[in-house]
Design a protein around this ligand. Structure first.
Ligand SMILES: [Zn+2]
Length: 312
């Protein structure tokens, strides 16, 4: 059975036709400046997928949408999303008037977690927690194969768990959140700080002497080739992320953590370090089942496949 997944992003809106957990066709439109225009565009994208694949809406199990920001999946409303300029938009009701099929909405981090849990890195596990390490730290919790969305289905925000009281200021208004230490943004800050204190670090050469070229890969790549300062950066970053993971392991004991986002491209190099750290400190790890730590496998398709999974 087919489903359609819509990945609403700040730059573009991607629509994909999904069958058996795999994307078979997709299209993309630049995100329009208003919600009315953007939804008109989504309708066009859905119709285009149907026509191109000689399908009618009756062949589609449903349409799932993933949107950034504060989303209420129960009522199908995008409550507040500054980066796409949507405010109390009843997107599900609007689309239901156009398409006679099941339509569901959730936030983008939840959708990615569901996609990975059903069809990606979490497929063999019943419970998983996904942390997306990008500009911020997104999160999604899967318990017994189902998305746990919290009160009024407003989603979970594990990235705003404080791991250092009085630490770095976070966008949410508190200090010391996991997001301020384990996002790619935080990794870049830690890398730049370390470079300014060590002008001999190989990281300078890696970025051609231009500190503005530092990205989430800089410290990791230079650590792998033996640079001491880069190794210190990686160890510091891993310790923050591991503290967050252990807090969550102690609360939820999921079968696995799934790491997504840019930093997760470090794969086993990152997960081995995290596991070594967590094994030392996770509560009762010698006696209780350990949570695995793996990296996401759906890549850029996670948003579309996960949105489709909302109706599969
Ligand atoms: Zn925060």
């Amino acid at each position: 059975m087919y489903a359609i997944g819509i990945d609403i992003g700040g730059m573009s809106i991607k629509a994909g036709l999904v069958k058996d957990g795999k994307m078979v066709d997709c299209n993309r439109k630049t995100t329009a400046p208003t919600s009315d225009l953007a939804i008109e565009g989504i309708v066009e994208q859905i119709n285009e997928l149907l026509v191109k694949n000689s399908l009618s809406i009756k062949d589609i199990r449903g349409i799932g949408l993933g949107a950034p920001g504060l989303v209420s999946s129960e009522s199908g409303v995008v409550e507040y999303c500054p980066n796409i300029n949507w405010n109390k938009v009843p997107v599900v009701d609007i689309l239901r008037k156009k398409f006679d099929t099941e339509i569901k909405l959730s936030n983008d981090a939840n959708v990615a977690a569901l996609g990975e849990a059903r069809f990606g890195a979490g497929a063999k596990f019943n419970s998983s927690i996904m942390l997306t390490l990008g500009t911020g730290v997104g999160s999604g919790i899967i318990i017994d194969g189902k998305l746990f969305e919290g009160g009024e289905s407003k989603g979970s925000e594990l990235g705003h768990m404080v791991i250092k009281v009085g630490g770095e200021k976070c966008g949410c208004g508190r200090r010391g959140c996991l997001e301020s230490y384990a996002s790619a943004t935080a990794l870049i800050r830690i890398t730049k700080n370390a470079m300014s204190e060590d002008e001999k670090s190989a990281m300078w050469q890696f970025v051609g002497g231009d500190i503005d070229k530092v990205d989430g890969r800089t410290a990791f790549e230079c650590a792998k080739s033996g640079d001491g300062t880069a190794n210190k950066v990686v160890d510091e970053y891993v310790s923050y992320l591991a503290e967050g993971i252990m807090n969550l392991a102690n609360i939820f004991r999921p079968e696995t953590f799934i790491l997504g986002g840019g930093v997760s491209a470090q794969g086993k190099y990152l997960t081995d370090k995290l596991k070594a750290y967590c094994e030392k400190y996770e509560y009762g790890y010698k006696y209780a089942p350990k949570s695995d730590i793996v990296t996401a496998t759906l890549g850029n398709d996670a948003g579309i496949i996960g949105a489709a999974a909302l109706v599969l």
